[in-house]
Design a binder for this molecule. Structure first.
Ligand code: AGP
Length: 619
């Protein structure tokens, strides 16, 4: 996934675009670049590497001046990270610059056709082919004496009609300096409405410092943005639907504030974000939950006889927690699928199967494809999502927003606990439509109401967890073991550690270790064991013994007052007693902190881990 930003107004464009790119850098940070228009010239600075390592020094050395421009921060798809593969890309004439988020699937054939016509390419990217295509169309329209003013939107539209694939683009041209053209299909693009200035960006966080009035463009929209206005047309048959919306958070929500990393800030935000996920959704009178956007009647929900949850990564782990809860509370069979598998697996779904997609960004390509496949088969699809106006949020039949605020750290943290909170509410809601008693419903509500305060208590363990991280930061192999609802927590703890510290970490059902993985254990393989008080406490303690017998050091997450575990584990992190069904909301916090501190101790880039991006909008 990449980030694109455009600005047109009366101020210097480069500093505004650079600031916007910094806020989007979590979307991709292999390279970055900016082009501006000034007195009929198109000036470009673009460098490999993160903004602070490449583009920012280049701009300090040789500033760009001009009141309109476009910028891009890249997560490489076609062509490795390099200066020449960085965006913006120019057309053959050098008059047109393009930044692009997405993948042009037929770029090779288009490139060959252009090369045969004498075009020379400087990069290995698909985006440069699109820039040349737009240049060819612009020249064709001009040579034909096309009277329409301005021509650039029409040249962009004509070029995009030849493109197969996904795009969110911004385009500028020296011949028509008073405008920026944007277009989207499958990648997000948003117009920010200012006073005497306007913005384009892949994500509202790039512009909330300047405006909270935004328009989320739809697929096939082409927008022409000037300093005073914007106009949307649609390449398809639909008339353009323009709806001005208010962003629900300000610029400070996307800033680190007093924290050294976005990830740590987002870990510490969790008491508040769990509260946000609960706000207005607890119905004490009916001992149930309530939602505003499911767009499904009680009768429709009662008729659901199977659910499929499709998601990726952390969201998939949250889905596994949801599976246990929905099956326990509502007795509805649930299948949890990797979205990338579901979309090709052709599963025989019952007629009344409800598909639930879970996604923080609302832009993950595999999850979007799973949604579209399910809808194509006539199934209703609900989305649990954090980004208002995102593609998945808009294409689902209904859904539930997390209201967690922007999650900037590539490693997802607050989104996971918000997703699990919402899934608990959904399981409660569906259970109370079926045979869950009011008494049990109230028990769930009371437990959820305590979670923000309990999350604060878990955060208070940060110092102890940092000490444990220091003890094990030099190890190479970690195992995270849990049973039932804690198995997905073990998977999520392992993912956190591996994706920001680059260490090998695996999550397993604790009882599964003896079926093979136990062979991997020795004194160098710490095992994080989730062993809170509960129905399977004794059995999990037996699993702990199996691990200890292989001399693997055990880091136990246990319930306050449990002295027995302290006899057997090398380290114990005590958490407050909770009902088993909310323990995942609590147990994940020490694992997030453990991963964070190990990564910091190992000198890793916590917010922008190597090879990754915040949302994977390519397959
Ligand atoms: C988790 O820490 C990762 N950043 C990644 O696995 C992420 O959860 C996954 O790509 C899904 O993203 P989404 O929730 O935005 O769809």
């Amino acid at each position: 996934m990449c980030g694109i930003v455009g600005y047109i107004g009366k101020k210097e464009a480069a500093p505004i675009i650079l600031e916007g790119l910094r806020r989007l850098e979590y979307r991709g940070y292999d390279s970055a670049g900016i082009s501006v228009l000034r007195s009929g010239d198109l000036l470009t600075r673009k460098r490999k590497g993160k903004i602070d390592d490449g583009l920012a020094p280049a701009l300090r050395e040789s500033p760009l001046t001009g009141v309109s421009g476009i910028g891009h921060t890249r997560w490489a798809t076609h062509g490795p990270p390099s200066d020449e593969n960085s965006h913006p890309h120019l057309d053959q004439s050098g008059r047109i610059a393009v930044v692009h988020n997405g993948v042009i699937e037929n770029f090779a054939r288009l490139k060959q056709r252009l090369q045969e016509a004498g075009h020379r390419f400087l990069s290995a990217t698909d985006t440069e082919v699109l820039a040349h295509l737009i240049g060819v169309e612009y020249e064709r329209l001009r040579a034909a004496g096309d009277p329409r003013e301005p021509l650039l939107p029409h040249a962009v539209a004509a070029a995009l009609r030849e493109v197969i694939g996904t795009y969110g683009i911004a385009v500028i041209c020296t011949e028509e300096p008073g405008l920026i053209v944007g277009a989207r299909r499958g990648s997000p693009l948003i117009v920010g409405i200012g006073r005497g200035e306007n913005f384009l960006a892949s994500d509202v966080t790039a512009m909330v410092a300047h405006t909270r009035q935004v328009v989320y463009l739809n697929d096939y929209d082409v927008v022409t943005v000037t300093a005073e206005d914007f106009q949307v047309t649609n390449l398809g048959t639909e008339t353009a639907r323009v709806q001005i919306q208010e962003v629900e958070f300000g610029a400070e929500a996307a800033e680190r504030g007093r924290f050294p990393h976005h990830m740590l800030k987002e870990i510490y935000e969790q008491p508040r974000t769990i509260e946000n996920a609960l706000r207005g959704r607890l119905d004490l009178d009916e001992a149930t939950a309530k939602f505003g956007g499911l767009n499904m009647s009680a009768a429709e929900l009662r008729a659901v006889d199977q659910m499929v949850i499709a998601a990726c990564g952390t969201s998939w782990h949250a889905g596994l927690v949801g599976e246990y809860l929905i099956e326990d509370f509502a007795h509805v069979p649930v299948e949890v699928e990797y979205a990338s598998e579901f979309r090709y697996r052709n599963p025989p779904l019952e007629k009344n199967t409800l598909v639930l997609v879970i996604t923080q960004s609302g832009e993950t390509a595999d999850t979007l494809a799973a949604l579209r496949e399910a809808r194509r088969r006539g199934h209703k699809v609900l989305a649990i999502c954090n980004v208002v106006g995102s593609t998945i949020a808009r294409e689902a039949d209904g859904g539930i927003y997390l209201h967690a605020g922007p999650e900037i750290g590539v490693a997802s943290t607050k989104a996971f606990t918000s997703q699990v909170t919402v899934l608990t509410l959904l399981a409660l809601f569906m259970g109370r439509l079926r045979m869950m008693s009011p008494h049990r419903g109230l028990e769930v509500i009371r437990a959820l109401e305590r979670m923000p305060a309990l999350a604060e208590q878990a955060l208070a363990l940060d110092g102890q967890i940092r000490a444990i991280a220091r003890k094990y930061a030099d190890r190479r192999d970690f195992f995270f073991l849990g049973r039932q609802l804690n198995f997905p927590v073990a998977l999520e703890g392992a993912l956190k550690l591996k994706e920001i510290s680059y260490l090998h970490a695996e999550g397993y059902p604790a009882a599964e270790m003896k079926h093979g993985p136990l062979a991997l254990l020795d004194e160098n393989s710490p095992c994080v064991m989730l062993v809170p008080r509960g129905a399977l406490y004794e059995k999990t303690m037996s699993n702990l013994e199996e691990v200890r017998a292989r001399r693997a050091p055990v880091i136990a997450l246990a319930t306050e007052g449990d002295r027995e575990v302290a006899q057997r584990a090398a380290d114990v992190i005590y958490l407050p007693e909770t009902p088993e069904f909310v323990w995942p909301l609590l147990g994940i916090i020490p694992l997030q902190l453990l991963a964070y501190h190990v990564a910091v101790l190992r000198g890793c880039d916590v917010d922008k881990p190597r090879n990754l991006a915040k949302s994977v909008t390519v397959e």
